[in-house]
Design a protein around this ligand. Structure first.
Ligand code: SAH
Ligand code: SF4
Length: 400
């Protein structure tokens, strides 16, 4: 007979599981053994853990479960990007995206059902906020993707005769994780850090810190905590070169303006696994994509002395955003100004947009508890209005 409220073992990092096992009178090595079954083997059945003592298995069956979120839709893009819609209960769903590339496979993981931060160009923000995901729901996305991709690969290898020899064993399917799905990871700090620890731990996924990236819109105190508690690669969503524009695009800027944010980036770099911060910059037609903005950015990062790279993201439009993607030529001109100033700049390739899996298109299905979605729908155009006088051509870019 199992307990009515079993503990989900996916909620624990290694230290947490060792502590919980200690409460059962079990040794630390037993916890690590179960950890490996769960995360190396993708096992969710205690009976299958054949080298775990039967008495312990019986105890675990009684008290615990291994329960990842449930996939309710699986979409595959023409470019092989794959997106899963995951049911996280109470009519909420979040999305996870796998992006295969020649030399790596990246999983884009969600941290919240919705997001309360309300950035002007983000479809997740427009959904409003429902709740933080648990650690099990966050690491469960990696657990599930590994399992589903592993199964897909085994199936393909069994049935395909036209696989290249090298394709049969190209190592880990997921080599990189980016916390760039739905939600603001640093607004769900504890659960995200538990999941990050599992990503890094050899008893679980054993990824290098350089291959795990947290993307944040800039919650300064949480950036300091991440540096102290679990430094991984950091991406910061900048999107504007001055406070007036950033206040409108990323409302959190009103709380943590650019100078404070860039100082936090500098402090982060003192402990970061990489020696640069990646600045993400979503290119919005006529809003933040003028040569003057690029020049202001150069002055900003030079002035603050932050070692950085820029990743320019072509805006992925979604209904009712009221914004348009910058033309490619303008993106390239912007990249050239940064590049000529000696700042390494890449333009992100849009992947999976035919299945709405590209950056900022992840909307899942969120029951807004803050009614932020409704408010934003009414405020969108008004919010951007103050930026108009500073930006040429903005009138043409805002849909009526
Ligand atoms: N909340 C975090 C992480 C999730 S968003 C953050 O804001 O950083 C991941 C990235 O996608 C961020 O850089 C975000 O600014 C960008 N993004 C959001 N909406 C987008 C859109 N519609 N088109 C392109 N990029 C978008
Ligand atoms: Fe939230 Fe990031 Fe979207 Fe802003 S861009 S609303 S912080 S998910």
């Amino acid at each position: 007979m199992s307990t009515p409220n079993p503990v989900n073992l996916l909620d624990f990092d290694v230290d947490g599981l060792v502590a919980w096992f200690a409460g059962l009178g079990e040794k630390p090595f037993r916890a690590r053994q179960v950890m490996r079954w769960m995360h190396h083997e993708g096992c969710d059945d205690f009976d299958a853990m054949t080298d775990v003592a039967k008495s312990l298995r019986a105890k675990l069956k009684d008290l615990a479960v291994i329960r990842p979120p449930v996939p309710v839709r699986d979409s595959i893009s023409a470019d092989d990007t794959r997106k899963w819609l995951l049911d996280v209960g109470n009519a909420n769903a979040v999305e996870t995206v796998f992006i295969p590339e020649t030399s790596r496979g990246t999983l884009c993981v969600s941290s919240q059902a919705g997001c309360a931060l309300d950035c002007a160009f983000c479809s997740t923000g427009k959904q409003g906020f429902n709740r933080n995901l648990s650690a099990a729901e966050i690491i469960g996305q990696l657990w599930l993707a590994n399992k589903l991709l592993g199964a897909a690969r085994a199936d393909a290898e069994e049935h395909a005769t036209d696989l290249e020899a090298g394709e049969k064993d190209n190592g880990r399917i997921i080599s990189n994780v980016v916390m760039m799905g739905m939600g603001e990871p640093l607004a769900n700090f504890d659960n995200v850090v538990t999941a990050l620890r599992l990503m890094l731990d050899d008893h679980a996924y054993g990824l290098s810190r350089r291959r795990v990236t947290v993307s944040t819109s800039g919650i300064v105190p949480a950036m300091d905590r991440l540096r102290d508690e679990c430094p991984v690669a950091l991406a910061v969503s900048l999107h504007a070169p001055n406070d007036a524009l950033r206040d409108n695009l990323v409302p959190l800027n009103r709380k943590y303006p650019l100078a404070e944010l860039l100082q936090a980036c500098k402090r982060y770099l003192a402990h970061a696994p990489r020696d640069f911060i990646t600045f993400e910059y979503c290119m919005l037609d006529g809003v933040n994509d003028q040569p003057e903005h690029a020049r202001q950015l150069v002055a900003l990062v030079r002035g603050q002395g932050v070692s950085c790279k820029f990743n320019l993201i072509p805006f992925n439009p979604f209904p009712a955003s009221g914004l348009l993607r910058s033309p490619q030529a303008r993106v390239m001109a912007f990249a050239k100004i940064l590049g000529d100033a000696g700042i390494v700049t890449t333009v992100r390739k849009t992947r999976g947009d035919d299945i709405d899996a590209a950056c900022g298109q992840l909307a899942g299905d969120v029951k807004d508890r803050t009614r932020v979605g409704e408010r934003i729908a009414q405020q969108r155009i008004v919010m951007l209005t103050p930026a108009r006088p500073t930006v040429d051509g903005i009138k043409e870019t805002l849909k009526p």
